[in-house]
Ligand binder design. Structure first.
Ligand code: MSP
Length: 481
């Protein structure tokens, strides 16, 4: 038995300028798989999720909705939390950046960095894109516009406070160099090394003109820049500035997950901030790819941002989890389409897995009166141990493929052995062994599915862990036309 370990995993905290969509669900599902896998191993898991509330983007959305900003962010934070609960996301805490605890953590953190001498006053003159919540330079723009948000950035000229990120350039490069797994996948790691080495500069950590956010404790005319505030959620979420014991138990994070669009903020800004505050760096930062919907970028203006709550009207959430993790190679870009979801649902879930469970339990009921010899082991040439390793390496599609090798083996075993014919000739001994092997592989499959398809795994386990097996009343995955 390996020793029990703590496992702290985070997702980005999402802006509340809109409700959750399949993009934000994607990162959250993948973190949920890892949290569940580590709980299954017996680790002490802390899985943090939350929302980024002190952003100008949110103010703009509140204004558009004609609502008071606080009322608006309260509403949206509630929608995020409820959505994750309805989807069965197994988070341990939902952090909000408008909470008093978070604000205190930001103040404590700022004090450390300020005491270290890494904050200085200066003038900022340049572009700012509210869509990205990011300061921009000329070379970031295409025809004068932010290529991501297709809008002209604001020109800002104001007094700001800056963080001396450049102080940490060498330390960061050294850390990345001596910890090859620190930034993953490798493509992102290389990108970050180039950025840190050649382009990284000090960044402004306050805004003079912002009306919403956490005021700077040493100069209340300034509001803390949303990224400097938001990143600290990873500390406030586990008690930094409140519960030192809890904080020390969980920090540093074992894995920080995000999409590739915000790698720079995490691999450069965040890590520099931590070095300045004298705190250890996360063990691993992983930035996955982006996906389109039917080939189009997810965007508010296209109105193609699928609400997961609409999806679960049609499909069990397990099917959505399966589809996203099986269809898109983690770390790479991909495409999401409802047609592909239906295809995968019908073939992999309804035909392969659902039928296997149904047929096996039907036969055990019909031929053995529900009684199966639980000491017989299957002999499928499938190495289920790989599922653990592949999951740990975030190779989710490959892990699912290994599980499905087991499913295919069992379906083929039924076709080859033809238990109905063994029954016809009355070889009860052989029949009992064949069905016991199928029962045994279903047990392995259910175990491996716990992290990936938690609801399905639970259903299969409930069907198996009884003295006398009875077939499920309906199919686990009824076919969709
Ligand atoms: N608030 C910041 C994060 C602060 S973390 C300290 C933010 N929020 S966001 O709402 O814009 O969320 C961005 C994240 O949502 C991405 O990094 C990714 O995790 C997820 N995704 C949003 N759209 C996505 C896709 N189309 N594809 C994959 N992931 C997507 O940035």
């Amino acid at each position: 038995m390996s020793e029990q370990q703590k496992y702290y995993i985070t997702t980005p905290i999402y802006y509340v300028n809109d409700k959750p969509h399949v993009g934000t669900v994607y990162t959250t599902i993948s973190a949920d798989v890892l949290a569940r896998r580590h709980r299954q191993k017996g680790d002490e898991v802390f899985f943090l999720v939350g929302v980024d509330e002190n952003s100008q983007k949110n103010v703009e959305s509140a204004k558009k909705a004609g609502k008071d900003v606080q009322v608006y962010v309260d509403e949206l934070a509630g929608i995020f939390r409820e959505t994750w609960l309805k989807l069965g996301i197994s988070f341990d805490r939902f952090i909000r950046t408008t909470s008093a605890e978070h604000k205190k953590a930001v103040y404590d953190f700022f004090k450390r960095v300020n005491d270290k001498g890494d904050i200085y006053q200066g003038d900022y003159e340049g572009y700012y894109c509210v869509g990205c919540e990011e300061f921009k330079v000329e070379s970031d723009l295409v025809e004068g516009k932010c290529p991501e948000h297709k809008r002209e950035p604001e020109w800002i000229s104001e007094k700001n406070y800056f963080f001396k990120l450049s102080n940490y350039r060498q330390a960061l490069l050294d850390h990345i160099d001596s910890n090859p797994d620190f930034i993953q996948p490798v493509s992102r790691r290389n990108e970050m090394v180039n950025y840190i080495r050649d382009h990284m500069e000090d960044f402004s950590i306050t805004r003079q003109t912002a009306e919403w956010g956490i005021p700077l404790p040493t100069d209340e005319s300034q509001v803390i820049y949303v990224w400097f505030d938001a990143l600290i959620n990873y500390l406030s979420g586990i008690g930094f500035g409140q519960d030192q014991e809890k904080f020390e138990k969980y920090w540093p994070a074992d894995l920080q997950l995000m999409g590739k669009n915000i790698t720079k903020f995490h691999c450069a800004y965040w890590t520099g901030m931590l070095l300045s505050a004298g705190l250890p760096l996360p063990k691993k930062i992983y930035a996955h790819g982006f996906f389109t919907i039917n080939g189009e970028k997810i965007s508010k203006s296209l109105g193609n941002a699928i609400d997961p709550l609409d999806l679960i009207e049609e499909y069990p959430f397990d099917a959505v989890r399966y589809f996203m993790l099986r269809e898109i190679k983690y770390g790479e870009d991909g495409d999401f389409s409802l047609d592909r979801l239906r295809e995968r649902y019908n073939s992999d879930l309804a035909n392969d897995l659902g039928n296997l469970v149904q047929r096996t339990l039907n036969m055990i009921d019909k031929y053995l009166g529900g009684k199966v010899n639980k000491s017989v082991r299957h002999d499928a040439p499938v190495d289920f141990v790989q599922v653990s390793n592949l999951t740990e390496e975030l190779r989710f599609d490959e892990a699912l493929k290994v599980i499905w090798l087991g499913v295919s083996w069992a379906n083929k075993y039924i076709e080859d052995e033809k238990p109905w014919e063994i029954a016809k000739v009355g070889d009860l001994e052989k029949l009992a062994i064949v069905l016991a092997r199928l029962y045994d592989i279903l047990k392995d499959i259910a175990y491996e599915l716990v992290a990936y398809l938690p609801e399905t795994a639970e259903k299969i386990k409930d069907l198996l862990e009884v003295d006398e097996v009875v077939p499920p009343v309906g199919s686990l995955f009824p076919r969709k036309e």
